[in-house]
Design a protein around this ligand. Sequence first.
Ligand code: 5GP
Length: 113
Amino acid sequence: MSTTIFTKIIQREIPARIEYEDDEVIAIHDIQPQAPVHLLVISKEPYPTVNDVPEGQVQLLGKMMMVAKQLAQKFSIAESGYRLVMNCNPDGGQVVYHIHLHVIGGKKLGTMA
Ligand code: 5GP
């Protein structure tokens, strides 16, 4: 799997505002936030898309959701509401091919297109 901008962040080769980190994931603030809260929960294993995650690694996806939930609580958007998004491939709007979950909230979000 090729090196991505997120791998460089994980390896501290480029800076990011890190909110959480453990052996499996890192969570950072998005550089171009779409809402007052916009975090990215990034898998340390650089699967390019969710399509590439093997069935044996399904717990990784659950872990990403649990970290997202905890961050929503930390940023006080758990009750007001938030959106979790994982884009996949060109039609899904994916830009960085290293799986990550967007945690977006802090304002009333529009309906999805
Ligand atoms: P995607 O469209 O692949 O689901 O989302 C990629 C996200 O990564 C975008 O929201 C974009 O703003 C964010 N991003 C891209 N490069 C960087 C970076 O260098 N630092 C941070 N913090 N976010 C980035």
